[in-house]
Design a protein around this ligand. Sequence first.
Ligand SMILES: *Cc1c(COP(=O)(O)O)cnc(C)c1O
Length: 399
Amino acid sequence: MSLANGRQYLAIPGPSVMPDRVLQAMHRAAPNIYTGQLVDMTASLIPDLKAVARTRHHVAVYIANGHGAWEAALSNTCSRGDRILVLSTGRFALGWAEMATMMGIDVQLVDYGNRSDIDMDQVTQALAADTDHRIKAVLCVQVDTATSVRNDIPALRATMDAAGHPALLMVDCIACLGCDRFEMDDWGVDLMVACSQKGLMTPPGMGFVFFNDKADRARDTANCISGYWDWRPRMDPKAFSNYFCGTAPTHHLYGLRVALDMIVHEEGIEAVWARHAKLARAVHAALETWAQDGPMSLNITDPEKRSHAVTSVRIGAPQGTMLRTWLTEKAGVTLGIGLGMGTPTDPMADGFFRIGHMGHVNAHMVLGTLGAIEAGMTALDIPHAKGGLNAAARVVSEA
Ligand SMILES: *Cc1c(COP(=O)(O)O)cnc(C)c1O
């Protein structure tokens, strides 16, 4: 018997749940793209995007997913042959590095594996060895969506400052903008990339590159620049005819307007971060309890280093795939697969699941997902300690 009929819940780490209000805002006839409401409304998005990123500087908006935002960031700041230092803590900084290599950029990689955050000592060593300051930029993610680790960005800034190194600090916040606290200006981040379909609760299709004046000076000499990715025409939305290098993403813009209303003007970004922190603690409490017996473990052991947007769990193969399949077919909730945590022939991919708890997520969605996981483990005879759901409910009750 299946109990899946009812509202389906895609609890993966992006695309995330879209509020009905966001969807309704997009349900409209094609607007005039030359003048009028769309033009003014687009300009109104810019201060709110900056409020979410906590920056006074610039943002360029692209019709693109996160990969497009990665390429935009590189093409505006780098030239072929430039060296960049990429600090990899899972899958996503590696993806950004692969894109840089394809563009002719010289990638120096420090790989911290799949279970840890950035070790600052190795950054200090890499920067100290770069005596002639060839490294143009240091790249990392704030949260790796595969491993669910959160890197300490202020500590990375302090490490670069202590080394006296002038490289740009470029951070991928695609997984966690609007979920985990991020303070672009206060933390001294020069460039940050994000996109629409995770914490920003809008369909995939818009990429954002936030950058300061130091990053913009790199644009003066960057020879990787190309017509579409150039951020200069995207610095002033009042020059609307060139702003999107072609037709505007009309309906996405209306959806994003409502999402930013909800985040910035209704709930408030500090409260949004606090909600994500509390719900993440509920998820972690359940998992830690179940993990006291049986094959389950949280991929990141130190609670301080876990993201508030996504949680990666090891459960062993084939239990991971069995549990995910059971949840979709019997309970109507779909969890994320293990990503880049193995190869097709390596059972790691089958031994993993990830819970997305980013964006438009509340207590009953999280508790419902956790309850369904507990039911699934019971149905499939996956050993686990009792009381996980109680532990999560206790965290929620203390809100
Ligand atoms: C989702 C994600 C990406 C890729 O975004 P796409 O929109 O799928 O291209 C990049 N980095 C991180 C950290 C992500 O979570």
